[in-house]
Design a protein around this ligand. Structure first.
Ligand SMILES: [Zn+2]
Length: 171
């Protein structure tokens, strides 16, 4: 995991809300658990700098997103809501995007693993692809990311499942 660009204030929230609990309380090795993950926190990555020609809200660069590209993974939290959303909200959103990284890397499209996730966390399994007004989504992927992001609030009931996944590569 590498923080490519960040504002110190946000970085300190990220450390306090996510990294410290995961490292200190649960003993996760961050470098091992999040290989090839790069994070832009409060900025657009340079390779997306010219992606705003058509200026649509629906385009990824305008919203927080997770992208996979040739074995590299990016979480981007643009600087749209500075001063509007509190830092805690932005870190919560970042952890949602990190949740998408986690299922992409660890569960992939392995239905056995997804079924185990559903059974262990009490979620309904729904991996059908939907496109809601330009927002492509898969319900179970979103449920996974939402559940995972609650780690940042100290309110994830299924934290043992996620920590096992991060530490052992399998839960
Ligand atoms: Zn999502």
């Amino acid at each position: 995991m590498k923080l490519e660009h960040y504002e110190p204030e946000y970085a300190s929230y990220f450390v306090r809300m996510f990294l410290e609990p995961v490292i200190k309380t649960h003993g996760v090795n961050i470098d091992k658990a999040f290989p090839n993950l790069r994070i832009w926190l409060g900025a657009k990555p340079p390779f997306e700098a010219n992606a705003d020609k058509n200026n649509l809200w629906h385009e990824n660069y305008r919203r927080p997103h997770f992208t996979e590209n040739d074995g590299l993974f990016y979480c981007v939290i643009p600087d749209l809501f500075k001063g509007i959303l509190p830092p805690t909200e932005r870190i919560y959103t970042l952890c949602h995007e990190i949740g998408h990284y986690v299922h992409t890397v660890y569960l992939k499209d392995d239905m056995e693993k997804w079924a185990k996730w559903a059974a262990e966390t009490g979620h309904r399994l729904d991996t059908e692809f939907k496109n809601d007004g330009g927002y492509p989504r898969i319900t179970s992927h979103e449920d996974f990311a939402i559940d995972f992001s609650k780690i940042a609030l100290g309110q994830c009931k299924n934290i043992n499942y996620y920590m096992k996944l991060l530490k052992n590569g399998i839960a």
